[in-house]
Design a protein around this ligand. Structure first.
Ligand SMILES: [Zn+2]
Length: 312
């Protein structure tokens, strides 16, 4: 069925890119057939020593910022062809939103992954609640099977609901969550972990609330060529108080848009590299993998990634 859509979408521009990124010793037939995930890696060493992938990515990077402003795409959420427009101010993965459902490139790719791998799971936890993505997953999994939360401030109680932007929203602090051990079959975390200073403690909490045989899937800006996590800011506890000072190690400090705090935004503490996957293994997750994706028919350009793992 997807192949029929590809035939309708594919034009000279697609043919040109496929010719440009072709390299002799790497099979790119997936790019012609419209397969999204093309490689997976467990660590920095595997990735950096794969010469074909390195060559392929180099070519991708050299051409990927030339996509047209407006292109037809196949949207996995709408299950239809839609028009998407570029809006590259915040990076190409934030761009090319579907004109119908509004989901940008990385959110549509995450949905495709979740739909393919996990759509039969029950008891889902998603680390967002005031977003369009939350409602899309609520529709996929059914309202009774999914819980979403936002971080609403240090004075709030984890697990309690608050009136927020005219919604009844649950507050959770992911370094100290109110959920019982082994609660969820699937955890979805999208662009949260660059904003969390205590990475290991938070991953350890997510592992605690994941059920045995459960899974986690995460996306955040991932720095493919960085072995270690790069720190941009840190939280320093004020003695005898439950308060923190923030030390900025990068000028100017980096902020991302936060739907739960439209005025303030969210401070970026980390630029994560492959060390993040090691921390996931340290807290107990197994089968930790970074999946690389690109799909010119779906408006996923460049070389983007997401991470999945299991709890045995
Ligand atoms: Zn859509």
């Amino acid at each position: 069925m997807i192949n029929n859509f590809i035939k309708k979408i594919r034009n000279k521009w697609h043919n040109d890119i496929i010719n440009k990124i072709f390299i002799s010793n790497y099979d790119i037939s997936w790019n012609v057939s419209g397969k999204t995930w093309f490689a997976e890696f467990e660590n920095y060493h595997n990735f950096i020593s794969d010469i074909n992938i390195q060559d392929y990515i180099k070519k991708l990077f050299s051409i990927s910022y030339e996509p047209p402003y407006s292109i037809p795409i196949y949207c996995d959420i709408c299950k239809n062809i839609s028009i998407s427009n570029s809006f590259i101010l915040y990076g190409i993965e934030e761009s090319y939103s579907c004109n119908n459902c509004g989901m940008n490139s990385r959110k549509r790719a995450m949905y495709e992954f979740v739909y393919n791998q996990y759509r039969n799971k029950k008891n889902i936890y998603i680390q967002e609640a005031v977003t369009t993505a939350y409602y899309i997953y609520e529709k996929l999994f059914n309202k009774n099977n999914i819980i979403g939360s936002e971080y609403l401030g240090e004075d709030k109680t984890c697990g309690k609901y608050y009136n927020y932007l005219n919604n009844n929203i649950m507050h959770q602090d992911c370094t100290n969550m109110s959920f019982s051990d082994n609660t969820f079959d699937l955890i979805i975390s999208q662009h949260i972990f660059e904003h969390i200073f205590e990475v290991k403690q938070s991953l350890s909490e997510l592992f605690r609330i994941t059920k045995p045989n459960g899974a986690i899937v995460l996306s955040f800006p991932f720095f493919l060529f960085q072995e270690k996590n790069n720190i941009l800011a840190r939280r320093i506890k004020i003695e005898n108080k439950n308060e923190f000072n923030i030390e900025y190690l990068h000028t100017p400090p980096k902020f991302h848009i936060n739907p739960a705090d439209p005025q303030g935004g969210s401070l970026v503490y980390w630029e994560h590299g492959w060390e993040f996957l090691d921390i996931m293994r340290d807290v107990g997750y197994t089968d930790v993998k970074l999946h690389l994706y690109n799909n010119v028919y779906k408006g996923y350009f460049g070389c983007q990634s997401l991470i999945s793992a299991k709890k045995e």
